[in-house]
Design a binder for this molecule. Structure first.
Ligand code: ADP
Ligand code: MG
Length: 564
């Protein structure tokens, strides 16, 4: 039985499988490699996944959800029609669909999967991802960090020498930089940095602003549908500029047509600020890993937005070398995840490797700092395991009593980057009892051990008595007990997911409705005509005729899309 590799992305998700000695992306029923990470619910309370759901973002915004990956592991619920879902439940619908796609492609049941997560995902986020897999009926063999998966896709794990490389990931939701090191067959994430507020969508925004300004329009005076149509135009224009020198945007408002035309040079000028912002996380990651740009052997581009030539150019300039980009930037993570699955099965032609990750935040303890003389002030953060430390890691710090006859020490464990604990996240507390003594005479060795699964063990040893107290922190907000998981699984079982084999026809209807709402006048009538014709054909239940018509109408919709 095959182990599949899954890239569960913010914008798009993919599934890959190891076949005949190589990794291959499995297309979905629409024959597309990318399945949008969007969920919607229809009139029959059925869950819609992927492209169909994406079409409904405009026509049924209150019944459609995207970008939920940002909230994985957080105590957050989403209302969707009559349902309420957690981010991992929404993710489980995507995973379930990918599992079906894989099963249909392979002609057998698929149970095991390797799922990728961002390198900076913490314990709670990783656990939530694993749980999403379980809810989808998958056994999650392991999670793999996205940059590591991309490096594996490029075969970097097979290099003999010690290598350091950088993964530059500009996707639809975030911008992430990771520096990895391969040393004696061990792949290590040395540092991570990023900008959570910089992504592909920002480039669309720049184009929209330019369009509005050039045509002297006011964004506030456009209705929701016009605004989303304009953003769709920006997306098309941006993609066009990735392959051509010139592109245009068109919008019709109240029977009036507005347009702009621009070339790559103009786009680069408009996006200059964004391009500047791409530099900071790269610099920070290099600094944290304590290496110079020239020591980076390879730069790997991943994420759909690295298809933009202006992004490629700036990366080439930063490193003085051409980045790796011969694998489709939105496909390498899924490919790498599936290779990792194959490695696990010890498929002969690949070297085994051990993967390590980094702790995404600094983990420390609250201490009191001496202000003057015997005066102390509590509330300070003493870092023990620093952010970006490769895991597993174990570190010890020594604490001591601060007043005479003190018998209790409260070990308060925090996560965060601030000097003051009040700005960090409280994880747990360990109360220990020490023998009465003079101030500073009783010491405690505090050992923090952070493992590859994101589990933090805090062990306090009272030096004079050698007594040990341990605290294991796996508690995460929103975490469920096994009982609760079982209960939710039962509840999810009753929820109908729109059948996979109806996807293509449902997509035509959803897309037609969206185009209808965006269009006006004659174009509207034309779309309405196509839609009723298709509905009529559907009711004949003549499969061959339906298929033929579906192709024809899809093509007509494609034309409408470009000449909005
Ligand atoms: P994520 O990792 O967030 O799921 P992807 O790697 O699939 O995202 O990237 C999606 C982003 O890539 C979107 O913002 C999309 O606009 C952008 N994108 C995809 N193709 C192109 C292209 N040819 N030119 C420019 N941007 C693109
Ligand atoms: Mg991605």
């Amino acid at each position: 039985m095959s182990i599949i590799g899954i890239d569960l992305g913010t914008t798009n998700s993919l599934v890959a499988v190891w076949e005949e000695g190589q990794a291959k992306i499995i297309p979905n029923i629409l024959n597309k490699n990318l399945t949008p990470s969007v969920i919607s619910v229809d009139e029959n309370n059925e869950i819609l996944v992927g492209d169909v759901a994406k079409e409904r973002q405009i026509t049924h915004p209150e019944y459609t959800i995207a970008n939920f990956k940002r909230f994985m592991g957080a105590d957050r619920k989403f209302k969707l029609g009559t349902y309420t879902f957690t981010p991992e439940e929404l993710s489980s619908f995507i995973l379930k669909r990918l599992k079906e796609d894989a099963e249909s492609y392979l002609g057998e049941e698929v149970i095991e999967a390797v799922i990728s997560v961002p390198a900076y995902f913490n314990d709670a986020q990783r656990k939530a991802t694993k749980r999403a897999g379980e809810l989808a009926g998958l056994k999650v063999e392991r999670l793999i960090s996205e940059p590591t998966a991309a490096a594996i896709a490029y075969g970097l794990h097979q290099e003999d020498d010690e290598t350091q490389f950088l993964v530059f990931d500009l996707g639809g939701g975030t911008f992430d930089i990771s520096i990895l090191e391969l040393f004696e067959g061990v792949m290590e994430v040395k540092s991570i940095a990023g900008d959570n507020f910089l992504c592909g969508e920002d480039f669309n925004k720049v184009l929209v602003e330019y369009f509005i300004e050039t045509n002297k329009l006011n964004l506030k005076e456009l209705d929701n549908k016009e605004v989303s149509a304009l953003y769709k135009q920006a997306e098309l224009c941006k993609r066009e500029l990735s392959v051509k020198d010139n592109a245009a945007m068109i919008l019709r408002v109240d029977e009036k047509t507005f347009e702009i035309a621009l070339d790559r040079i103009k786009f680069e000028k408009l996006a200059a600020d964004l391009i500047m912002r791409l530099r900071h996380p790269v610099e920070r990651a290099l600094r944290d890993a304590d290496i110079h740009a020239s020591e980076i052997e390879a730069v790997i581009l991943i994420g759909g937005s690295t298809r933009m030539p202006l992004v490629r150019n700036v990366v080439s300039k930063m490193f003085n070398k051409l980045p790796y980009s011969n694998i489709n930037p939105d496909e390498s993570v899924a490919l790498g995840a599936c290779i990792q699955g194959a490695l696990k099965e010890r498929s002969s032609d690949l070297k085994e490797l051990i993967l390590t990750d980094v702790s995404p935040y600094t983990l420390g303890v609250e201490v009191a700092n001496r202000i003057e003389g015997q005066k102390y002030e509590a509330g300070y953060f003493l870092p023990i395991i620093e952010r970006n430390s490769p895991v597993p890691i174990s570190k010890v710090e020594q604490l001591s009593t601060i007043s005479d006859n003190q018998t209790k020490i409260a070990i308060k464990v925090y996560q965060g980057e601030s000097r003051r604990v009040e700005n960090n996240i409280f994880l747990g507390e360990l109360g220990i009892v020490v023998p009465k003594d003079k101030a500073g005479m009783q010491g405690v060795a505090l050992r923090y051990t952070y493992d590859i699964n994101g589990l933090l063990e805090v062990e306090a040893t009272i030096l004079s008595t050698e007594r040990k107290e341990t605290l294991i922190i796996e508690k995460s907000p929103g975490a469920m007990t096994n009982e609760e998981i079982k209960e939710r699984m039962l509840a999810l079982k009753d929820i109908k997911i729109h059948p996979r084999d109806k996807t293509e026809n449902t997509l035509i209807l959803a897309r037609g409705e969206r185009l209808y709402e965006e269009a006006l006048g004659e174009k509207r009538e034309y779309i309405a005509g196509l839609l009723s014709e298709f509905e009529r054909i559907l009711s004949t239940q003549d499969l061959r005729l339906i298929e033929k018509k579906a192709k024809l109408i899809s093509k007509k919709f494609d034309e409408l899309e470009t000449y909005y």
